[in-house]
Design a protein. Structure first.
Length: 115
């Protein structure tokens, strides 16, 4: 399986950005999807996750109310809409697909929030 992530750019504080992650090589609709991020010198942290068919979402406290995760099973895609971005959101963002012990990671995309 493979995950291709796109959308990382330089954005100003208070700006918005949408990351996309497209899957191939596995049954996307069966996998729990997540976005992680890793800031320089810090550990990778879970940002948001979404269930398979129920669409139940979870968010890190630091992004609640600002970020929204969604998925389109018909397109094998998961998205992360990021609003009201802050400099502390600067990190490399990763997409992850999980089904029991199987885990696929996409190559990270850098997001820089700076004026």
């Amino acid at each position: 399986g493979a995950l291709v992530v796109s959308g990382g750019v330089l954005v100003q504080p208070a700006g918005s950005l949408r990351l996309s992650c497209t899957a191939s090589g596995f049954t996307f609709s069966s996998y729990y999807m997540s976005w992680y991020r890793q800031a320089p010198g810090q550990e990778r942290e879970l940002v948001a996750s979404i269930g398979t068919s129920d669409g139940i979402t979870n968010y890190a406290d630091s992004v609640k109310g600002r970020f929204t995760i969604s998925r389109e099973n018909a397109k094998n895609a998961v998205y992360l809409q990021m609003n009201s971005l802050k400099p502390e959101d600067t990190a490399v963002y990763y997409c992850c697909a999980t089904l029991f012990r199987v885990k696929y990671w996409g190559k990270g995309t850098p997001v820089t929030v700076s004026s």
